[in-house]
Design a protein around this ligand. Structure first.
Ligand SMILES: O=C(O)CCC(=O)C(=O)O
Length: 262
């Protein structure tokens, strides 16, 4: 497999809003990422317990902000399991290096149309066995539109740390949904309702479950409607989603510039 995306892959991304590169990372590389995730969770737990953490509840779910880092907890009552850490690249050297991995960066240069790219954000999505909650349908651009003038130039790549299937709550992407621009959000009593795409405005029948082996990459458009089901299985479903932007622009939260090495 070449680093650069082929014409056919670029065409598929343009048409579908996503593309998959199966088993791009070796078994031992994935093992190192899993270990890094465990360490990052311990670090985040200690940060949440520290004096500078600000805890708050949105839609009944616990969040904590520690400086520029946000930790989201799982959704069951009294949850002690972490659901998401954002950003996570500065919590472990393995993740800091991953930002510069040419298997991510070279395709990103093509998708962004820029000779050099920078990190926008990096989320560790944990979705633990039995308690891992789903993610309602959403696009990423509504989250980012106030912090970036080109929120359509922020493609994502998910690196899967585990074999992922419908059973353990793999990512689902609505094929072609990126073509419709920013879609209306829900309008209900939830505090975050506006961030979830109104199910009446897209065809959920076009969803594709991204069932892939560990070490696989999923590149997807920030306008693609995506989400996932809970993890009711006894298997892990961990992954990191890195988002890139044209070079020399600041990251979403810390506002530092992290140009990827080319
Ligand atoms: O982890 C998942 O299944 C979905 C994550 C997601 O949609 C996101 O972080 O934007």
């Amino acid at each position: 497999m070449t680093l650069e995306l082929s014409k056919a892959e670029l065409e598929a991304y343009k048409e579908d809003g996503f593309l998959v590169r199966r088993s791009a990372f070796l078994r031992q590389e994935v093992a190192a990422l899993r270990t890094a995730a465990e360490v990052a969770v311990q670090t985040a737990m200690a940060m949440v317990a520290g004096a500078s953490a600000t805890r708050y509840v949105l839609d009944g779910n616990l969040f904590a902000d520690i400086d520029h880092t946000t930790v989201q907890f799982e959704h069951h009552r009294g949850a002690a399991d972490i659901r998401v850490i954002e950003p996570v690249h500065d919590l472990h050297e393995e993740f800091a290096q991953l930002v510069h991995d040419p298997r991510l960066v070279r395709p990103m240069c093509q998708l962004i149309g820029s000779a050099q790219v920078a990190l926008w954000t990096a989320k560790l999505n944990l979705k633990p066995p039995k308690v891992g909650s789903g993610f309602a349908w959403h696009q990423d651009t509504p989250y980012w539109i106030h912090d970036c003038q080109e929120a359509d130039r922020l493609p994502n790549v998910m690196v899967n740390f585990d074999d992922s299937s419908v059973v353990n709550g793999c990512l689902h992407i609505v094929k072609g949904s990126h073509k419709f621009g920013m879609l209306p959000g829900c309008n209900d009593e939830r505090q975050l309702a506006g961030f979830y795409t109104d199910p009446a405005v897209f065809d959920a029948g076009a969803q594709v479950p991204i069932e892939v082996p560990s070490g696989s990459l999923v590149f997807f458009d920030p306008l693609a409607v995506h989400g996932s089901q809970p993890n009711n299985s006894s298997r892990q479903r961990r992954g990191i989603i890195l988002t890139y932007q044209p070079a020399n622009r600041p990251t979403l939260k810390k506002k530092d510039v992290i140009n990827a090495l080319v």
